[in-house]
Design a protein around this ligand. Structure first.
Ligand code: NAD
Ligand code: WQD
Length: 338
């Protein structure tokens, strides 16, 4: 299939391009590089020995989309493009709603005009809000989000579901990712955040590589086994493979489907610190800090449905996630800039 990967130069998108090319798909990436580097795509080509098409452009630009769809028919879109920094979204809600929601509306409109009605959308476990019980299944009711970023995911899920309900030619798969970490095992690709990382694993690896001094652990008084927050960390390569599995489902005329992509296991912040130290031999000094606004105590997936219907399950464990994150960070201390 020829797949348009929006946001394909980013962290999850670039890893997904590798898996798509390895499976024999043709890939065209559309990315405005607002949070990524084209070097990631050079690495995709290096690792797969295959070519892909790259268009530097914006999903909000109708002319770019028209050109892209008319040049060569696209069979399906995997839609990663979006802004994703939770804290920034609180400061810049308009920018988040405009980029993520207007961008997706324009993309989907140009898709239907071009006769391409297959989309896989990057959603997030954040749509569950503060779940009443864990693990969460896809039947767990969506909750109230604590930030505009989360609302863009929740609203886009609704928008795409309504579009599919109105026109059964659409196949829409909403993938709710839990906490992606890790990197390509080669050490050539990984997460390259701008500035000081907001997320746990990139913060830890930057402490380990000496760019940051100490980790702050946000709260140790949650109702969890060691008091620190519990999440479902998933290796980015497993996540990427999940998209290839979802594409197969699209080919079966999926209609509307929603899947959790997680491992089903929760780890606390201190579990991750200790697992990282054991897997890499690097010591991570940390201080207990106050809780971070908007954080929840725990969230992890029931990933049974993806296993049953997509034949997909996560293969990598926490040790590999830590080792691969560290291999990437230690070999590329400045990310794609080095
Ligand atoms: P990322 O920032 O690395 O990748 C997103 C890419 O989209 C970037 O390359 C960016 O340049 C591009 N982009 C942004 N706005 C664009 C626009 N208007 N037009 C074209 N390109 C644009 O993020 P990621 O971690 O790879 O996340 C990919 C998707 O998965 C996002 O939609 C994100 O919200 C979602 N998601 C991420 C996580 C996570 O923890 N990383 C968890 C759940 C869901
Ligand atoms: C994990 C745990 C923190 C940093 C976010 C988004 C979510 C999804 C994934 C996109 C929490 C603790 C963190 C630090 C810490 N993204 N922590 N010190 O908050 O679960 O999810 O990314 O959809 O929408 O909200 O991930 O990696 O930020 O935090 O103690 O310096 O680590 O409190 O318990 P989170 P995270």
């Amino acid at each position: 299939m020829r797949i348009l990967v929006t946001g394909g130069a980013g962290y999850i998108g670039s890893h997904t391009c590798v898996e798509l090319l390895n499976e024999g798909h043709e890939v065209v990436v559309l990315d405005n590089l607002s949070n990524s580097s084209e070097v990631s795509l050079d690495r995709v080509k290096e690792l797969t020995g295959k070519e892909l098409d790259f268009c530097k452009g914006d999903i909000r630009d109708r002319d770019v989309l028209k050109k892209l769809f008319s040049e060569k028919p696209v069979d399906a879109v995997i839609h990663f493009a979006g802004l994703k920094a939770v804290g920034e979204s609180v400061q810049k809600p308009w920018e988040y709603y405009e980029n993520n929601i207007s961008g997706t509306l324009i993309l989907v409109d140009e898709m239907r005009k071009a006769g391409c009605k297959n989309i896989i959308f990057s959603s997030s476990s954040t749509v569950y809000g503060t779940p009443e019980k864990v693990p969460v299944t896809e039947q767990t009711p969506k909750g109230s989000c604590t930030n505009p970023y989360g609302w863009t995911k929740s609203m886009l899920e609704q928008i795409l579901s309504d579009i599919q309900a109105a026109d059964s030619e659409w196949n829409v798969i909403l993938l709710r990712y839990f906490n992606p970490i890790g990197a390509h095992p080669s050490g050539r690709m990984g997460e390259d955040p701008n500035g000081i990382p907001n997320n746990l694993m990139p913060y830890i690896t930057q402490v380990a590589v000496g760019k940051l001094e100490r980790l702050g652990v946000f709260g140790d008084d949650y109702d969890t086994p060691d008091g620190t927050g519990v999440r479902d960390y998933i290796h980015v390569v497993d996540l990427a493979v999940g998209h290839v599995a979802a594409l197969k489902k699209i080919e079966e005329k999926a209609g509307l489907k929603i899947y959790n992509l997680g491992t089903g296991t929760g780890y606390s912040v201190l579990d991750i610190v200790h697992a990282f130290e054991e897997a890499t031999g690097q010591k991570i000094p940390y201080d207990i800090k106050p809780r971070r606004a908007g954080d929840i105590a725990e969230n992890y997936a029931d990933a049974t449905l993806a296993k049953e219907e997509l034949g997909w399950e996560a293969k990598y464990g926490i040790r590999e996630m830590c080792q691969d994150s560290w291999r990437w960070q230690s070999q590329n201390p400045n990310g794609y800039k080095s």
